[in-house]
Design a protein. Structure first.
Length: 78
C-alpha cells in the first residue's frame, strides 16, 4: 500500500469506518457524535500511545469504540 502523506489523507481514508460507527451510535442514542469527535478521542486516548498503527487496527478501533467512553469524553469536554 502507498504511504499516507498527511493526517487529512488518513482521515479521509478512515471516513467509511466513521460512517459505520455513526450508524451504530444511532442505535444507542448517541447520534450527536461526529466523525471529528471519534477521531479526536481515539487520537488522544489510544493512537498517540501506539507505534506503527495499521489502517486495519484504526478501523477496528473506530468500529469497536465503546459508546459510553465517547459519550463520557464529550460530556467532560464541555
Amino acid at each position: 500500500m502507498e504511504e499516507i502523506k498527511s493526517l487529512k489523507e488518513l482521515y479521509l481514508l478512515l471516513k467509511p469506518a466513521f460512517m459505520v460507527k455513526r450508524r451504530l451510535l444511532k442505535y444507542s442514542y448517541c447520534s450527536y457524535v461526529l466523525d471529528k469527535d471519534i477521531w479526536e478521542y481515539l487520537s488522544i486516548e489510544k493512537w498517540k500511545k501506539k507505534n506503527n498503527l495499521t489502517i486495519s487496527e484504526m478501523v477496528d478501533d473506530i468500529i469497536n469504540l465503546d459508546n459510553i467512553k465517547i459519550h463520557m469524553y464529550l460530556c467532560n469536554k464541555k
